[in-house]
Design a protein around this ligand. Structure first.
Ligand SMILES: [Zn+2]
Length: 134
């Protein structure tokens, strides 16, 4: 599998932002789709990227679509940070969708998940702007 300039660009942005977001333990990969996202038929804009996240096993698979290569470097960075930020939000989303699917989620589970990931986000913020770096 040949590595394209688009993949190299995305990987460089991921390498820059993974430590900033505290995702060093995650296995994060990126692949390029040669065709637009099938979801674009229902949207007024072209999807630039998407991510599948598994917070339990700390894995993420980012897919960049053709529209990713057509935007500016600053926009590509914003897209990659958005996809990586999903890793921090995914556990909460999983709880919500589990409830919507009629699965049992206890209040303790919801609280633990919320506290764990809120603390992860707080550490990112402290790392960026705290007076005493953690
Ligand atoms: Zn998103």
């Amino acid at each position: 599998m040949g590595e394209t300039a688009v993949i190299r660009d995305a990987e460089a942005l991921i390498a820059l932002w993974v430590p900033r977001l505290g995702l060093e333990a995650w296995d994060i990969s990126v692949k390029e789709s040669e065709t637009p996202s099938p979801d674009d038929a229902d949207r007024p804009f072209a999807t630039r990227a998407e991510v599948l996240c598994d917070p339990t096993y700390e894995e993420a698979r980012i897919t960049v679509f053709p529209a990713f290569a057509e935007i500016s470097e600053a926009q590509r960075e914003a897209v990659i940070v958005h996809e990586l930020a999903h890793c921090l939000m995914e556990a909460q989303f999983d709880l919500t969708t589990a409830l919507l699917d009629g699965k049992h989620v206890t209040a303790d589970e919801a609280t633990r998940t919320n506290e764990y990931w809120t603390e992860r986000v707080a550490k990112v913020l402290i790392r960026a702007w705290g007076h005493d770096r953690i």
